[in-house]
Write a protein that binds this ligand. Sequence first.
Ligand code: SF4
Length: 214
Amino acid sequence: MLRVTEMFRSIQGESTHAGRPCTFVRLTGCPMRCTWCDSEYTFTGGEHFTTDQVMQKVRDFGCRLVEVTGGEPLAQREAFDLIRRLCDEDYEVLIETGGYVSTAEVDPRAKIILDVKCPASGEAERNDWTNLSRLRTDRDEVKFVMVDRADWDFAKKVIAEYDLEHRTKAILISPAWGQIDLQGLANWIAASGLQVRMQLQLHKYIWGPDVHGV
Ligand code: SF4
């Protein structure tokens, strides 16, 4: 059984897929506690569904793009089977993962959006750095959520150390909602000359920062 917080159809709010119609399967639970987490409602509760039931819901929503997210979706063993079955049915599958659980067993047809936790998250010590070695240039993206200058300096160091400009489809620089000056961050990015992409969370501008399931 899978423990699921919510399933819904909306538009993708982040990554290079932002703006596309997308079905979201948000799994319950996360072993991390990022200071700026906007998904705390996923930590507890949820409803149990069989993988068959989730698959049927996804079919009913009728989008070819499906994101499996959380919480931390890979913290549930059954999620790996769900991802494989979605790929078997030719869905374009995005996995948004917090970077703590190994991605080694994720079906290689799925596209990984890997968070690298920066210092202000309070969880930087728990990054599984082996996940960076598995990123693929044709499909995977890496995301850094920023709160302050120390986070940006950390991201630059990781980008250089792991040669991420040449090893990922995109490097996403994402301001934590309401916690960092957007113009300041844009200026740091512009001055760096790095091949990164500043991204705003589209869904929060459309529906507001505290609304979920839309
Ligand atoms: S990994 Fe994601 S869901 Fe888990 S605490 Fe951090 S931001 Fe929240």
